[in-house]
Design a protein around this ligand. Structure first.
Ligand code: ATP
Ligand code: MG
Length: 433
């Protein structure tokens, strides 16, 4: 195991420099080798235990190839987490200075999580812990009121909360229920949780097959939340790092530190519920690691796999407060509304003849059918989308779905029942997304 090699190396360095001096070997915070922390936590920084941080020195370690990740911070591109080996130096008011030998590296080739170990003088563990804390705080995305949306794991283009509530076409009672749940939590729920001495953290899941409007709903909920002075923290699994628990953890830290009520959105949460990360997510849902933001935090998660959401999550009270099933089109009224919306100025009453064919399809299908019908009309040099064009468009889409497997539904080859390896490559975007 890589960590054993790191530990061996660190102990050798230690014994060479301070033969006979007692130390403890610990799992350390990977934030200490994060470039953001190293740039922000300057030598001279005072620490708990009447101690001071005096700077660092990179060390050559034969089992580590130093490498940094990079990402956006505010508007700038910066180096972030880094694998490397260091000597961190400290001085103490009424005692001898001391050092900590530290190494961070990728655990193994398959799992792209950094791991760090440190060799610390036993009597200075407290100061080291304080240093780790300072580094972690430096790395944590800071929520200041300058922005309304914080994206963890991606850039601003990953999430755009500009969807109007009325543009989401779903059964009205379902929408009202969801909206009320959020409102009631922030306006009344938070103080009730606090009276009960519980962290005000509510957890909602939107589940449904692809293309039913879950992402759209998240964006519309975010827009509402922002208009009411709340902050949105959006966790994206779509960047290079994929769905890692580390991202959730960063988001939770940001949520905890925010001095505002937060709507936290985690899309496709099932992708995070794999391997070891699963137990950690359960801890978050159970409250062991849940954020304690006194202003309240509402988690809005989505999944394509309602049928495979683990019973341990779905059935156990308290893990998820509510599951909202976001349905495909269930009745002709809903179908007509969706079709009118996407036909817009091309709507003709004769189009009503196709609504039966839209039953059990997701909204994305209707949007695509309407778009495709316009293209067919344009191709035929016609300005009006006739019933025939619309019918042709629907037929061709249905045929595509039958031939290519149900591509709206079978997008991601993962499930909670058969966990696949971590860090799945991001699938191709859905044809209708
Ligand atoms: N209920 C709906 N009302 C209006 N438009 C919809 C609805 N559902 C889907 N659409 C249209 O289809 C597009 C794709 O929907 P969206 O991405 O929200 O689906 P999703 O449920 O998040 O899918 P996935 O599970 O694949 O992430 C939307 O941008 C929108 O144009
Ligand atoms: Mg989506």
């Amino acid at each position: 195991m890589q960590y054993e090699r790191l530990v061996q190396w660190a102990r050798d360095v230690w014994s060479e420099r301070w033969p006979g001096r007692r130390y403890v070997t610990i799992w350390a915070s990977t934030e200490c080798s994060n470039m953001i922390a190293q740039n922000q936590v300057k030598p001279g920084r005072r620490l708990k235990g009447k101690a001071r941080y005096d700077g660092l020195q990179p060390l050559d370690c034969p089992v580590i190839t130093p490498i940094s990740d990079y990402g956006t911070r505010g508007k700038k591109m910066v180096l972030t987490s880094t694998a490397g080996a260091y000597r961190f130096k400290f001085s103490v008011e009424d005692g001898d200075p001391f050092e900590v030998v530290y190494a961070s590296s990728y655990f193994d080739d398959d799992v792209q999580d950094l791991t760090a170990i440190a060799v610390v003088p036993e009597e200075h563990l407290e100061t080291w812990a304080a240093f780790e804390f300072v580094c972690a705080r430096a790395v944590r995305p800071r929520i200041r009121r300058r922005r309304d949306v914080y994206i963890i794991g991606g850039t601003d283009s990953f999430f755009d909360p500009t969807v109007d509530w009325d543009d989401v076409i779903l059964p009205e009672d379902l929408k009202a229920d969801l909206r009320e749940d959020m409102e009631a939590f922030f306006t009344k729920g938070v103080s009730i949780y606090r009276q009960l001495k519980l962290a005000p953290f509510r957890k909602l899941l939107l589940s449904g097959v692809p293309g039913t409007g879950k992402t759209m709903l998240c964006a519309a909920m975010a827009k509402l939340a922002i208009s009411q002075g709340r902050i949105v923290v959006y966790v994206s699994g779509s960047d290079r790092d994929g769905a890692s628990f580390e991202k959730i953890q960063r988001a939770l830290q940001a949520v905890t530190a925010a001095r505002y009520p937060v709507l936290m959105i985690v899309e496709e949460i099932d992708a995070y519920l794999q391997g070891d990360d699963k137990a950690r997510i359960l801890n978050v849902l159970d409250g062991v690691e849940s954020p304690n933001n006194p202003e309240g935090a509402l988690l809005l998660a989505t999944t394509n796999y309602p049928e495979v959401i683990d019973e341990r999550i779905a059935k156990r009270p308290g893990r998820l407060d509510r599951i909202f099933v976001i349905p495909t089109i269930q009745d002709v009224g809903h179908a007509e509304q969706m079709l009118r919306h996407y036909m817009a100025d091309q709507w003709r009453d004769e189009h009503l003849a196709v609504v039966d064919h839209l039953l059990d399809q997701p909204g994305a299908f209707v949007r695509e059918a309407a778009l495709h019908a316009r293209m067919i009309a344009a191709h035929a040099h016609r300005t009006e989308v006739t019933l025939e064009f619309l019918q042709e468009s629907i037929d061709s889409l249905l045929k595509q779905i039958r031939q290519g497997g149900d591509f709206l539904r079978d997008r991601r080859p993962i499930s909670l029942v058969n966990p696949s390896p971590k860090k799945l490559p991001r699938p191709n975007p859905p044809p209708f997304g």
